[in-house]
Design a protein around this ligand. Structure first.
Ligand SMILES: [Zn+2]
Length: 492
């Protein structure tokens, strides 16, 4: 390959997700290790002491089956654990218990939405393993914390189906939404609950088949860094290819947070891990009853919910994506618009991603926390049906748009219903011409210059006067009526 050629990335992704279980994968230690005093959530098993025996956490297997099913995978009815042997200080046993040739799930897919187009990314496998401990590197020494050692980890491996960075990012986000919908992982990247390994190479645009090399980048801890790494690798590898050379097949690590990578070691094949069946654990038989029980616990998944919201409520794509980002927000919306018309639902959706979201962000609350029990008003918080009330007050012309914003804020703060607030504060929109006429006259007297300009032909300045009337009436005036009045006044 040489200069001037156009290259296209070929990307595959491995995602590690910490499963949300009470105890660790193979011992009774608590899995909720984050922020705990180092080495306090450990036992002989997760410390890898000789003679300690592992036992299987069935809840974790449930979670793994659940994700595999949600990703349309086939389930291996006969499955087992294997030892993956390698040496690293944070791996006290000298091997990690993982799955080699009989993963729990295989041959699935995840559908992602790229600018409204559906794209299927094939999933090679979904398997269960355990997390390692943590090395803390200090100036001249390394400390080890084994609280994380043995926490259940699900690995989702994709086929090299990604052709753009956007696809990878959307896939990572959709996978995160999916595990959150399934409630099997919080996928909180700040706590290391979702991590990525990338394999990326380039081929000439339009060329068939896969490139003859593959670069792996390990230990990517966030979606934003993942995006940077992909962009930086595309740049690095295309520079090499344009010189007529081939990038080295290797594993690279993060050099810095801007996504640059550096060579770590030549890639080992799976033979280097000397996988063999874990002798201390029995094989697992996943029968139909088990699969059925787990599949009954799978809720409507984000992709299906988005499609339904579009059909049922006629919401715009961006509004839907925002509302369905988690189950609680979507439930909140559905609770709000129960029985309402499509028209009202669309307005409620707009409020949710607009002013309501702004209020939530400012108050650092999340929708679900604004009203944990949707049917029960919380002091100082907005009930879902209040948004419908607000939309109806606005639509019927009882309150103006700017008053609606004030009412929302008040309702959000006090938990009072919009109807109550409007009534108590006398915020009904004033459409009465006589009353508005008086205000309009006053505004014209106060702004003689503007009046002269309008008379001189500068018609758009009329909007300034409309604004002044709105201000005088604290947003209560019906702006349409005001504009009509003023136009009449100027004979326009
Ligand atoms: Zn333990």
């Amino acid at each position: 390959m040489a200069k001037g050629k156009v290259y296209q990335p070929v990307i595959g992704l491995e995602v590690h997700l910490q499963s949300k279980t009470e105890s660790k994968m193979f011992c009774p230690c608590p899995a909720d290790y984050f922020g705990k005093e180092p080495n306090t959530q450990t036992c002989p098993t997760c410390l890898g002491l000789p003679g300690a025996l592992p036992s299987i956490n069935e809840k974790a297997i449930d979670h793994c089956i659940k994700l595999a099913l949600a990703l349309h995978c086939k389930i291996n009815k006969e499955t087992k654990f294997d030892r993956k042997n390698y040496f690293y200080p944070d791996l006290p046993k000298g091997y990690q218990i993982s799955q080699y040739d009989q993963p729990i799930g295989y041959e699935g897919y995840l559908e992602i939405d790229i600018d409204g187009d559906a794209r299927r990314i094939r999933i090679t496998r979904v398997h269960q393993e355990e997390d390692t401990g943590k090395s803390i590197h200090e100036k001249d020494h390394t400390l080890l914390d084994f609280n994380k050692s043995g926490v259940p980890l699900i690995e989702v491996v994709s086929e090299p189906d990604f052709e753009t960075v956007e696809e990878v990012i959307e896939y990572a986000k959709e996978l995160r939404r999916t595990v959150r919908y399934l409630r099997i992982s919080d996928a909180d990247m700040e706590k290391g609950q979702m991590r990525f390994e990338l394999n990326i190479s380039l081929k000439e645009a339009g060329a068939k088949g896969l490139p003859d090399y593959k670069v792996e980048v390990k230990n990517i801890g966030s979606i934003s860094v993942l995006e940077k790494v992909i962009n930086s690798e595309i740049k690095r590898q295309s520079t090499i290819l344009q010189k007529g050379k081939n990038p080295v097949q290797e594993t690279r690590g993060l050099k810095n947070m801007s996504g640059e990578t550096l060579s770590q070691r030549f890639k080992e094949g799976s033979s280097d891990y000397r996988y063999f069946p874990e002798p201390d654990l029995p094989p697992i038989e996943i029968d139909d009853a088990w699969i059925e029980r787990v599949s009954e616990e799978i809720p409507e998944l984000p992709g299906d919910k988005r499609k339904r919201f579009e059909k049922q409520y006629g919401l715009e794509r961006d509004v839907i994506r925002n509302i369905t980002v988690n189950r609680k927000r979507a439930d909140w919306f559905e609770e709000a618009v129960k029985g309402a018309s499509k028209e009202v639902a669309i307005e409620v959706g707009n409020w949710m991603i607009g002013d309501f979201k702004r209020l939530l962000n400012n108050s650092k609350l999340k929708v679900q926390k604004s009203s944990p029990k949707a049917s029960q008003p919380m002091a100082g918080k907005l009930k879902p049906n209040y948004l419908v009330e607000l939309v109806e007050l606005h639509k019927s012309g009882k309150i103006s748009g700017s008053v609606a914003k004030q009412v929302l804020e008040e309702s959000f703060k006090t938990g009072k219903s919009p109807n109550e607030i409007v009534k108590k504060k006398g915020l009904e929109q004033v459409s009465d011409s006589e009353e508005l006429e008086k205000v309009a006259q006053k505004v014209m007297r106060d702004n003689p210059k503007v009046v002269e300009e309008i008379k001189g032909g500068k018609e758009p300045a009329i909007q300034f006067l409309v604004g002044q009337v709105m201000r005088e009436t604290r947003g209560k005036a019906n702006p349409k009526v005001v504009e009509e009045l003023l136009r009449k006044e100027f004979g326009l």
